[in-house]
Design a protein around this ligand. Structure first.
Ligand code: 3HC
Length: 741
């Protein structure tokens, strides 16, 4: 009744305009206007028209109006702004995940009422119709989309399955195989693919609302009955065909979505579409949905979704902060990093000037870029034409000619302070005054580099991760003088490159690598103490890490950490335990994959094979140092390594080099292969319980020495019974720490 009263408040406007009647609801995100007997229902809930309760309420009322008004012959549902509906409101899902009984509006009735309307309802899609957005669209009688629209069921990426009947309607429209592929991968498909699959009825050019309303009028004239997705069975598999499809779907889930529960669970719900009547299938979907949404994985993945978006909120950077528009980039250094960054920029449509000291180095860099693109073509990621277009954007040259036209210069030479300073000073002479000068360093002091430039406010660290054209993370290192405008530009560039930019403070190793050192060295101490590299790596990959730490070290090159150890003068404190094996391996030239051997040995297939020589070396060095070796369980290995990461993370946070624990999690999820379904190291610590983590760290401190001194913040939060998430909430708006001396 209440809803009805609210609906009554809608008022007519623009009266007198023939065939054009505007009905504007009071404060509703859904409005209805009529245009020559077609209702245009517009969802306007910025930024992405998420299906919050008000939207669903407004939609229900609009549908009721369409049903009631004899003058309306058809309806179009459209999204205002940049997109159709991008899904259910994930804030509501978050509440559900953490135990609230509410949080997600009931969708069954509104969807059924749309489908039961005796007048055609056309869903008009642009932008991204995702999750609940696509589920809404599938309840319409017809769907049209603009050519660059995308549609998908990405719920598994949040640890859940579609919860608004998507698992029941999607296979009815596109068939079981395609529905499994879409729901398990969570990847959206483009309009052309959607048309071919039967998900949409037409691709329309020009103004979407006009075209969709014309289509709706056409359908209002056409013969009845109106197609209801829920009644369709023509694309559902037979009982004989189904088992093989489900088995393939479950294999796909296990293979491509390792350790994730939702991609397997979604296949159970899809199975119900082919074995149960529609309403019972929906019931099954609901049961699976609620099991998933309350799971630890959903909590972690939903947390990770917001953590990633929160990373761009940086004190001092507001919507009004003026960011330089970057369309041309100059890169110094055509090596692995410079070449990868050039590819990332070219892929994003930016023009690149790539320079190196000699023509030989430049040719070698370009050859690597071409080789990498060839691999992309072979894997079907790019067509040869797309590669040609990208290569044409990269102009290779010796010297700084034309650098005065660049909006952004990225120096990506190897880690050597003297060289980086020399280049910073040379760039200063050629760069435009408003050009941002970034240095791609993984460990060096940004302030020292900036001091070599006359305009340190425009100097920033952009720490890309290798391979830079693939890895999503960029640490944006803010120096003492870096301006907010420079940070805003860096954040915008990271987004343009399809990467996640996280602003960090200037300390040795910044955030990611600083935390990596104790993690990596603890793994090395473990092998000296009796574990094997293979055991450590297996414990870590079983925990969910994308790779074991020794495999990572071999891939990155042992010489890299060797150089950093010397540059940062690590293990110089008296009494500090120094790892014994890595220096010895480096002295033997065992630099990892590139040398064919490191912690492991490698054949042509680049597969890591345990090496008896390394095991013998470890035993010899350990016994020479008087270490009593013993065996370790996987749980012990995980605690010694992951808790080392967490303890250092707490220190980084306390010292202010990371703005939030959530930023640390984003760094580890997007740059270091930490399993997303565990939310990141800090979120994982919260879930284990900070008191439990602290007690173990304190025990390691007693048994293993001062390197395990508990971080004061970890100790404090553990004693107060708080979490890192609560700490983040209490500190919203804090500044990054003062830069290092
Ligand atoms: N709910 C709530 N907020 C959302 C949202 C959603 N579904 N989708 C995006 N947002 C918010 C983001 O948090 C961000 O907010 P902020 O500006 O305050 O940080 C803002 O919208 C813009 O998002 P992005 O920065 O990600 O913008 P992009 O343009 O890069 O990407 C997007 C847009 C492709 C829509 C991307 O945001 C996205 O993938 N969103 C999630 C889509 C999704 O997973 N939908 C399914 C939800 S679950 C569901 O529908 C369950 C159903 O089956 C019942």
């Amino acid at each position: 009744m209440e809803k009805w009263k609210k609906w009554k408040k809608w008022k007519s406007g623009r009266s007198g305009a023939p065939g054009y009647d505007v009905r504007v609801p009071q404060k509703s995100p859904v409005s209805l206007t009529t245009h020559d007997h077609v209702a245009l229902i517009t969802i306007d809930n910025p930024p992405v028209n998420a299906l919050g309760p008000e939207v669903v309420d407004g939609l229900s009322q609009a549908i009721a109006e369409v049903a009631r008004d004899p003058g309306i012959r058809a309806a179009v549902v459209i999204g205002a702004g940049r997109t159709f509906v991008a899904g259910a409101d994930i804030k509501g899902l978050e509440q559900l995940a953490w135990g609230s009984e509410t949080g997600l509006p009931e969708m069954h009735d509104p969807l059924q009422r749309i489908e039961d309307l005796p007048k055609p309802v056309v869903m008009a899609m642009h932008g991204t119709a995702l999750g609940g957005g696509l589920e809404l669209a599938m309840a319409g009688h017809y769907r049209v989309a603009v050519p660059d629209a995308q549609m998908g069921q990405p719920e598994v990426n949040l640890g859940i399955i579609p919860g608004a009947e998507g698992t029941q309607r999607l296979p009815r429209l596109v068939g079981m195989d395609k529905a499994i592929e879409m729901c398990v991968s969570g990847k959206p498909i483009k309009a052309r693919d959607a048309l071919a699959a039967g998900l949409i009825d037409r691709i329309v050019e020009g103004d979407l609302a006009t075209a969709a309303m014309a289509f709706a009028r056409e359908m209002a004239e056409a013969a009845r009955p109106l197609p209801k997705t829920r009644d369709r069975i023509d694309r559902l598999p037979s009982r004989e065909q189904l088992p093989a499809m489900l088995q393939a779907g479950r294999e796909l889930a296990r293979k491509t979505r390792r350790n994730l529960e939702a991609p397997l669970a979604v296949v159970d719900a899809l199975e119900a579409a082919a074995t149960l009547p529609f309403d019972e299938g929906c019931q099954k979907e609901r049961e699976v949905f609620f099991t998933c949404v309350r799971s630890d994985q959903a909590k972690a993945l939903i947390y990770a979704f917001f953590a990633e978006r929160g990373a761009s909120r940086v004190p001092g950077v507001t919507k009004d902060t003026r960011a330089t528009t970057v369309s041309s980039v100059a890169i110094v250094g055509a090596g692995t990093m410079g070449g990868g960054i050039a590819m990332a920029c070219a892929n994003a449509g930016l023009n690149v000037r790539l320079t190196d000291a000699t023509q030989g180095a430049l040719d070698a860099g370009l050859a690597t870029i071409k080789k990498n693109y060839d691999v992309s073509v072979a894997r079907g990621r790019f067509t040869p034409a797309m590669v040609d277009e990208r290569l044409a954007r990269i102009q290779a040259q010796v010297g700084y000619g034309g650098f005065d036209k660049a909006d952004l210069i990225i120096e990506a030479v190897f880690e050597n302070m003297a060289l980086k300073k020399e280049i910073a000073s040379a760039l200063d002479a050629v760069a435009r005054p408003d050009c941002i000068v970034a240095t791609n360093t993984s460990t060096l002091n940004i302030d020292e580099i900036a001091a070599a430039a006359r305009r340190p406010a425009t100097v920033v660290g952009l720490h890309f991760f290798s391979p830079a054209n693939v890895m999503r993370l960029v640490e944006i290192v803010r120096g003492a003088a870096t301006s907010s405008e420079t940070i805003a530009t860096a954040l915008t560039v990271a987004k343009r490159l399809g990467k996640v930019g996280v602003v960090v403070g200037n300390c040795p190793g910044f955030v990611g690598n600083r935390m990596m050192f104790p993690y990596m060295y603890e793994a090395q101490f473990l092998v000296e103490d009796g574990a094997t590299p293979e055991q450590v790596d297996r414990a870590l990959t079983d925990f969910g890490m994308a790779m074991g730490i020794f495999a990572v070290d071999d891939m990155a090159g042992l010489d890299v950490a060797w150089r950093v150890r010397k540059e940062l003068n690590q293990f110089s404190e008296p009494g500090a335990r120094k790892p014994l094996v890595s220096d010895a391996l480096c002295e033997m030239g065992r630099f990892g994959q590139k040398a064919g051997k490191g912690w492991y040995q490698y054949g042509a297939d680049r597969k890591a094979v345990p090496d008896a020589d390394v095991l013998a070396l470890i035993e010899r060095l350990a016994s020479g140092a008087g270490i009593t070796r013993r065996s370790f369980t996987a749980a012990e290995i995980v605690e010694r390594t992951i808790y080392a990461l967490i303890n250092e993370g707490a220190r980084v946070l306390d010292e202010g080099y990371a703005l939030r624990a959530a930023d640390i999690d984003v760094i580890y999820l997007s740059g270091y292969g930490f399993p997303a379904w565990r939310g990141g190291p800090m979120f994982y610590a919260d879930r284990v319980g900070l008191n439990t983590v602290y007690e173990r760290v304190a025990a390691f401190h007693r048994d293993l020495g001062d390197r395990w001194t508990p971080a004061p913040l970890l100790e404090r939060l553990a004693r107060e019974g708080r979490t890192f998430q609560e700490f983040d909430r209490s500190r919203a708006g804090s500044e990054l720490a003062a830069p290092r001396a």
